[in-house]
Design a protein around this ligand. Structure first.
Ligand code: ADP
Ligand code: ADP
Ligand code: MG
Length: 709
């Protein structure tokens, strides 16, 4: 009832707004009262905390930053002299305590960033009640948009098109199934409180309805503590197109262009661009108009994003949800408008007016071409994008320029913690055209070197050269549809193995004797006094964890201090000159036919090489006798933790006979549950770790009995 009254009231606003789309005359707002912000608290972490801090610093605003125990040495914690330790990893969610700290620190406002408290209406309200400026929309707007079902009722009333579906109160499984039948399969089940792609399931036929409903509910309950579902038509070839809107307290509301975020994995964005490719001008104008109407319908203030699903087949678009915060991908819009959106947020929060009119924004967008953002994640695309974590043993980024921007939360040596989101950085580029921007993005990705956790950088490079993507032929199912093309492995050339072997040898020469912590590996004898011969067995680390473990042998014969003969199989490179610069990890080798400059990073027996824009991961295979000598356990009979994790449940016990793919252990890492399944048939000899145990990557979780031969 309350919702209906609210939407009626709100729809009047929109009618008025439609008459004069950029001006909403709100009599409730008193004459201009500017409340300057000179000191703010940033209630977030990582790149977004640093991003907000940069703008604050530019305008002389003091920032107080928060951190937790695992974040004590992280860049955002170090970025301000005013840094408060919250202790517990989950304390970024402790709104009451954060408000208290802001008051104690003499802050006038709180910037929530994205995630965490940014879309929590209670927190926004409590800030205001405590006399703090919440740098975001009014709590009433967050609340109205917080539910995917209620927001759709408000939008329908405001004349914004919504996907056909059921978003009512009744949650009886049978009733929902009847609604699904009315809508027509396929349908999408969505948690009304959902976010981040969770609590969502596609249902293709009525037979699978209850199974998918249960699974969506369980994920929603675990992630959001709420299992209320809505059912909507599943658009089979959709694009995700969203509009960045901004409103001030005086009824001005503008659209800062649209972003296409169709390249997604697990319903989450990895590439975002503006403008959206091949969008007809009249549709573009219409979608901006509807986005403004959506914002005005909830008396919006500040930065917001109205997300639409665009049907590629019919050209129709439908409201999906509104994100009442600054988004991860806001830099794309900053690139195409030349504006600083955090500054806009501060201006609006202080009670100022929007800096540009709609017409001025359109002019900017016309002049500035295209921008694209790639999210760089610690994750393994070859294992269904499973998150990774760990120390960034080497990090080199492309050079930032006015058209190449890097928003990062880490520097070399930092740890990507398994407590938080695995995003390492965002790389944003701008070009006069979409093609130029993509080309530049590819070049920048080729210069981006990350060793330590596995990243999606190689995968992003493949998308940049994927023909349909370059043609602007995008849809949310792009990655699945182009699976063969995007996941074809490219085996390393012989020179990669040669460089790896030279890297091992030359790095040893450069480090031996100078580093007290350095222990020479057992595979080699002295090299340097008197010329030596060495042999290394190298294995490409299989990206999908499967691989056949075939090793490649490389022989090196030193013929002069910096000269070598290298043999790989029946290929020999004679008398190559090779030098290693430890300060930059650069190995430069002059082969008879070419010069190769390779970044070589070694972390115990794992070798990471960056060569001609590609990353290679190799493993130094220790001979069996060496494994024994070092006490390395034979792990061939064990199932290992693929990443640092916490064991949630163990599904088997010693003595159990299991089938291939049977669940063994359920682990949690980066807030995601992963089921570890049996790689083969066998008998469990031992459960090594139980529920609650924290394990490093590579730790044996379960051991199998020796196979009978
Ligand atoms: P955006 O929508 O801004 O493009 P995401 O959807 O990836 O980006 O979400 C931004 C951040 O907020 C991510 O760190 C994500 O983990 C987090 N997040 C998204 N939705 C929720 C939610 N409902 N609850 C908590 N965190 C969320
Ligand atoms: P979240 O809160 O997790 O961001 P959204 O409702 O914004 O959830 O949807 C996330 C993604 O799921 C969209 O970008 C799109 O790829 C897909 N999606 C959502 N609704 C539909 C639909 N009705 N049909 C097809 N795909 C959809
Ligand atoms: Mg969304």
């Amino acid at each position: 009832m309350r919702a209906i009254q609210k939407s009626r009231h709100l729809s009047r606003h929109v009618l008025k707004a439609n008459v004069s789309p950029h001006i909403r005359h709100n009599s409730a707002v008193a004459a201009t009262t500017i409340k300057p912000l000179t000191s703010i608290l940033i209630a977030n972490r990582g790149e977004i905390a640093l991003r907000v801090g940069r703008t604050a610093a530019e305008y002389g605003i003091r920032t107080t930053t928060l951190y937790t125990d695992p974040d004590a040495h992280s860049q955002h914690a170090l970025s301000s002299p005013y840094a408060i330790n919250l202790g517990d990893p989950s304390a970024y969610l402790d709104g009451d305590r954060i408000i208290r700290i802001a008051k104690e620190q003499g802050c006038q406002g709180i910037h929530p960033g994205y995630g965490f408290l940014s879309e929590n209406p209670t927190f926004a309200r409590k800030c205001t009640e405590a006399g703090l400026t919440f740098i975001g929309p009014p709590s009433s707007a967050i609340e109205a948009m917080g539910s995917k079902s209620e927001s759709k009722n408000i939008m329908t009333a405001a004349g914004v098109p919504c996907i056909p579906g059921y978003h009512g109160q009744s949650q009886e499984p049978e009733y929902l199934k009847d609604e699904a039948a009315k809508i027509g399969y396929p349908v999408l089940l969505k948690a009304v409180k959902g976010g981040g792609g969770k609590g969502m399931r596609i249902v293709n036929t009525s037979e699978e309805f209850f199974d998918q409903l249960n699974s969506a509910k369980s994920e929603a309950r675990n992630s959001f503590g709420d299992e209320v579902m809505l059912v909507e038509k599943y658009i089979t070839t959709p694009r995700h197109i969203e509009v960045q809107v901004f409103a001030d307290k005086y009824g001005n509301c503008v659209a800062l262009g649209e972003r296409d975020c169709s390249i997604q994995r697990r319903h989450q964005k990895i590439l975002e661009e503006s403008p959206a490719p091949h969008l007809k001008e009249e549709i573009r104008q219409d979608i901006w108009e509807k986005a403004r109407a959506a914002a005005l319908a909830v008396n919006y203030e500040g930065a917001g994003t109205v997300e639409f699903i665009f049907d590629n087949e019919t050209g129709e678009f439908f409201f999906m949800e509104m994100n009442t915060r600054l988004q991860v991908e806001h830099p794309v819009t900053e690139m195409v408008t030349g504006e600083d959106l955090v500054r806009w947020q501060l201006i609006v929060a202080e009670g100022g007016r929007l800096p540009l009119t709609q017409a001025e924004i359109e002019q900017r967008i016309k002049e500035r071409g295209a921008a694209i953002e790639a999210r760089i994640y610690a994750e393994n695309p070859d294992m269904n994008f499973i998150p990774d974590s760990g120390f960034l043993t080497h990090l080199r980024t492309p050079k930032p320029t006015p058209t190449v921007r890097i928003d990062a939360g880490f520097v070399a040596g930092d740890e990507v913690s398994s407590h938080y989101d695995p995003m390492i950085a965002k790389l944003i580029v701008q070009g006069p055209t979409r093609e130029a921007a993509i080309q530049k993005l590819r070049a920048a990705l080729e210069e981006y070197e990350v060793a330590g956790p596995i990243t999606n950088i190689e995968f992003l490079k493949k998308i940049c050269v994927s023909r349909d993507f370059v043609a602007g032929d995008v849809e949310t199912g792009y990655i699945q549809k182009h699976h063969a093309e995007l996941f074809t492995p490219e085996p390393p050339a012989p020179e990669v193995y040669a460089q790896a072997a030279l890297g091992i040898a030359l790095q040893e020469i450069s480090t031996a004797g100078s580093d007290p912590f350095y222990t020479p590996p057992v595979t080699t004898a002295g090299f340097g006094t008197g010329y030596q011969h060495r042999k290394y067995d190298l294995v490409e680390v299989p990206a999908d964890g499967k691989g056949d473990n075939t090793s490649t042998s490389v022989s090196i014969l030193q013929t002069a201090p910096a000269n070598f003969d290298i043999t790989i199989g029946d290929q020999t490179y004679q008398n190559v000159t090779s030098t290693f610069a430890p300060s930059t990890n650069t190995l430069t080798t002059f082969y008879p036919h070419t010069r190769l400059s390779t970044t070589f990073v070694r972390s115990s027996d794992l070798l990471t090489l960056f060569q001609q824009g590609k990353q290679y991961r190799l493993q130094l295979a220790l001979p069996k006798w060496a494994e024994k000598a070092l006490g390395i356990k034979d792990v061939t009979n064990s199932v290992l933790a693929p990443m640092p994790c916490k064991v949630l449940r163990v599904e088997v016990e010693a003595g159990d006979v299991v089938k291939k793919d049977q669940p063994l252990v359920v682990i949690e890492s980066m807030k995601m549950e992963t089921v570890i399944r049996s790689p083969h048939e066998g008998t469990i000899a031992k459960v090594v770790h139980g529920a609650g145990d924290l394990c490093k990557a590579g730790t044996a979780l379960v051991e199998f009995e020796e196979e009978e031969k």
